[in-house]
Ligand binder design. Sequence first.
Ligand SMILES: Cc1cc2nc3c(=O)[nH]c(=O)nc-3n(C[C@H](O)[C@H](O)[C@H](O)COP(=O)(O)O)c2cc1C
Length: 501
Amino acid sequence: MWRPPQKIKWKTHPAEWPTIEQAARSRLFSPVQLGPVRLATRTWVPAMVPWRATEDGFVTEDNIAWYARFASGRPGAIVLEATGIRDIPSGPLLRIGHDRFVPGLKRIVEAVREASHGETKLFIQIIDFLGIRRRPEPRKFIERHLGITDRHRAALSLPADAPDDAVRSALLALEPAQLDDVLDARELEGLRMGARERVTDMHLPHIRELPQVLPPLFASAARRAREAGFDGVELHYAHAYTIASFLSALNDRSDGYGGSRDARVRLPLEVYRDVRGAVGADYAVGCRFLSDECIPGGSTVDDARFYGVEFARAGMDFLSVSRGGKFEDAQQPEIGWSAYPYTGPSGYECMPHHVSDERGPFGRNFEPTARIRAAIRDAGLPAAVVVTGGVHGFSQAEELLATDRGDIVGFARTSLADPDWFLKVRSGQGRAVEVCSYSNYCEALDEKHKEVTCSLWDRIDLDTPGLRLSTDGKRRLLPPAWRAPGGDEESPAKRPASTAS
Ligand SMILES: Cc1cc2nc3c(=O)[nH]c(=O)nc-3n(C[C@H](O)[C@H](O)[C@H](O)COP(=O)(O)O)c2cc1C
């Protein structure tokens, strides 16, 4: 992953933990309404892909155990990882593109209800993404994948009737740097990064038709989510994926879905309208979108303020704000791997590492989120705003709420480091929290599509009989259960009184 050149090392500072009484009086542990859904507390586990699905997108026992483990810490809400809306092979990512996926998803819903004693609400993040190829062997790319044109013949000073094989041989004889003068930008990208589709590839029929294809796909996925028992859906409009690319300032489609902000927000609003039509008014629907793309020429917080108001005005119940995470500035992957949108400067903004710049890794998204929320409130709209990014301490979270920078606080890596953060802090046991170090060990596993775990717990008591281990056999897949002082983790007496309605 890219790191800021300043290389300033930051340490987490959770500050004072509250007593049980202070926690009970806090904003963080007070209820909040998201349209029809009431969260018992303003704590939120944002979507995180743990790489535990089957190759064909089904829920596994490890998925179920993972979400049950998070739910046992009783956050106000968990958002299930990005789950694909299409019925197409997409590796071990969860899918919801067909009714056959519903029974497995239902089992996660049931496990979360049981483990949280009915307190934690469960949302599912639904996603569409475009095609991306792995970075090829250069020879293979030139021999097989590159479409030969007269432009190549001219650049290589070959006769207009030179056969394709002669052009390929001439290309193979060049030094890598000389290819810069012969191949165009997209061909060079195909060679050096792996070819990647864009929403602006209007010459491709399936890309041209996205505005017709995506609303019903999202709507069917949302209908299945409701059927599976989720409390709501989060439309993935963030990072490097299809809808975020429509919102991007780089989207210059000329079919009324690109160019101006009004045109760029059109498809995301049409998707929402169809989703709402499929699930009804009494179901929670929101989205995750970016406060800033953090790439040259990309959308900024001014665009995000506009989008936030449009989404809230259309009727979304919540808006979860992320940042960066784009392909445009991703680092070159190794041969045989595809580009990962969290490896460049925009990726850093999405999941900042503890080695940072003067601004540090904690809170880079706080002010932009506050500005989006202010625009929504100025427009008189009630959508709840989830603020996320580097939150690990109670006072830090409490201050975000006190200063109107969000209505709900997201704890992603913090909850990976310690899914009992919520239960511990709420029951006056904050000192027992394992605080995330922001080493991005989890993110490195995500990049390699390995089961995501945390270095703070994945080597503990590996010889426990029956322990589920990662496929490399070296790591436990779940953190050990927390034993509250003077009791065991199963004891309801040790749990704070529920504020759930
Ligand atoms: C392993 C991992 C997987 C993630 N997967 C997703 C995802 O599926 N969808 C999403 O919107 N964000 C995803 N994220 C980003 C997080 O939701 C969150 O925005 C980011 O980690 C910053 O928040 P934090 O500082 O609280 O960790 C992922 C993050 C990690 C570490």
